[in-house]
Design a protein around this ligand. Structure first.
Ligand code: LLP
Length: 432
């Protein structure tokens, strides 16, 4: 599943002891396993190989340049949603023709940068946006390509805040409108409309919503062909799950088993498939390492107060997300045999794990059964590689954590810890 495993009661990332890592780099610390990260990418590439897809890693899930670079070197494209992410893709030396650019609010400046960079596709979210990109391309005397983001109106059965493929979301246009969209814009000479883009939600923990969405998209492509609009590219988006708890998500091969046969005829007729995975690659490849500051009681409730929280990992506060967490150093009978909310081990104690932020929503776990913990102990927050560091903030003027990449027995700092000067730098010497 991943390369975070206990050896004699001590948690390791690949061959590196996490306590040694915490002593060397300090806490809080995001730690990534290179082997897990690359392996997850390779599994997708292998599972979908029959489709020869372009796999555009979704930078928004975990955007450290050094990590993006590992995938670019394996031939991955990138899925970006801002000029900032495009900048990251460039620094990672991703092939620009394999970059897709989504997002409902692209600005003129961002659009120009993307056209200049020669990206593969703009994933278009509205009529107004199409017109704007087409007119910018015209003014630049350039040609760009577009995929229409179609909202297939399927229920991905995920958290309401990460559902995107239902009709009443701000993303994409519905299928009826898609037909009219092609009638209106299908022959634009500066912005070639030749692709369909889907993204139904995240995480999507069953394969059926993909099947439904892809069937609808293929039906649309067939209709469009009959009306003289050739669609040669289908981008099925991201959304594959991760294991926040043991075996929670289908593996790449399970998704592929149903999706590949569905798309093979399209591919065999000369079509190109694009995937935009993020979470399934990054989530289980990273964890957040934190040190216990204090243990206190509040009435009969026990609180373990750590040196990280919602400012560095907002998912529990924002989505009520479950993250397995466990001390890095435990007695042999406390090694977790699986990652679940309910752990069937002796001598556990119920506690909330909370951060230092002045908000009652600042927690990482509630009513969790854990081995007894004391000040100074280290705790690992699992499955934090995706939507962890990228969503971190400086709330309460807290510097963001450092990031370390482990490969075998080697640990490399890939983002230094922020300093107080980093926090106030943009406020100083601003002129008047
Ligand atoms: N493509 C598009 C158009 C997307 O909007 C997303 C994610 C992806 C690809 C990548 O999805 P993934 O493979 O990573 O599931 N912050 C939330 C997740 C938000 C997802 C946003 N869009 C969380 O922490 O669960």
């Amino acid at each position: 599943m991943d390369d975070f495993q206990y050896k004699n009661g001590q948690l390791h990332c690949e061959q590196v002891n996490l306590d040694e890592l915490a002593n060397r780099f300090g806490t809080p610390l995001y730690v990534y396993s290179r082997r897990t990260f690359e392996d997850h990418y390779d599994r997708i590439a292998q599972a979908f190989a029959a489709l020869e897809p372009v796999i555009c890693y979704s930078i928004k899930s975990c955007g450290n340049v050094h990590l993006c670079k590992l995938l670019a070197e394996r031939g991955a494209g990138m899925d970006v949603v801002s000029g900032g992410e495009l900048h990251r893709a460039r620094l990672a030396k991703a092939e620009m023709g394999k970059v897709v650019y989504a997002g409902v609010g692209k600005t003129d400046a961002e659009i120009r940068q993307a056209i200049e960079a020669g990206i593969g596709y703009f994933n278009i979210e509205s009529e107004a946006e199409f017109k704007n990109i087409a007119s910018i391309a015209k003014a630049m005397n350039a040609r760009a390509r577009a995929a229409l983001r179609v909202n297939p109106d399927v229920d991905p059965k995920t958290h309401v805040k990460t559902t995107t493929g239902k009709k009443e979301t701000k993303f994409g246009v519905d299928i009826e409108r898609a037909r009219r969209f092609f009638e209106t814009f299908g022959k634009d000479s500066n912005l070639e409309l030749c692709a369909i883009h889907l993204h139904i939600g995240s995480p999507v923990l069953t394969v059926d919503p993909y099947v439904q969405a892809i069937e609808k998209a293929l039906g649309l492509i067939k209709d469009l062909k009959q009306s003289g609009h050739a669609v040669s590219v289908l981008d099925i988006g991201g959304g594959f799950g991760a294991n926040y708890q043991s075996d929670q998500s289908p593996v790449a091969a399970d998704y592929a088993a149903k999706i590949v046969p569905l798309l093979l005829p399209f591919k065999q007729a000369g079509g190109q498939i694009i995937l935009e995975p993020g979470r399934t690659i990054a989530a289980n490849a990273g964890m957040l390492l934190t040190r216990v500051q204090y243990v206190k009681m509040g009435g009969s409730k026990k609180f373990i107060i750590v040196d990280t929280g919602m400012h560095h990992l907002i998912r529990p506060a924002m989505y009520d997300a479950f993250h397995f967490l466990w001390p890095t150093n435990v007695a042999p009978n406390h090694e977790p045999t699986q990652r679940k909310a309910e752990m069937d081990l002796p001598g556990l104690e119920k506690a909330d794990v909370v951060g230092p932020i002045c908000e009652s929503s600042d927690y990482l776990a509630k009513d969790r059964m854990l081995p007894p913990m004391a000040r100074g102990d280290l705790l690992a927050v699992y499955t934090a590689g995706a939507y962890g560091m990228v969503m971190a903030s400086n709330y309460n003027a807290m510097p963001r954590p450092a990031e370390v990449l482990v490969s075998g027995a080697k640990a490399t700092l890939i983002r230094r810890r922020e300093t107080y000067d980093d926090l106030v730098g943009p406020e100083l010497n601003v002129g008047a």
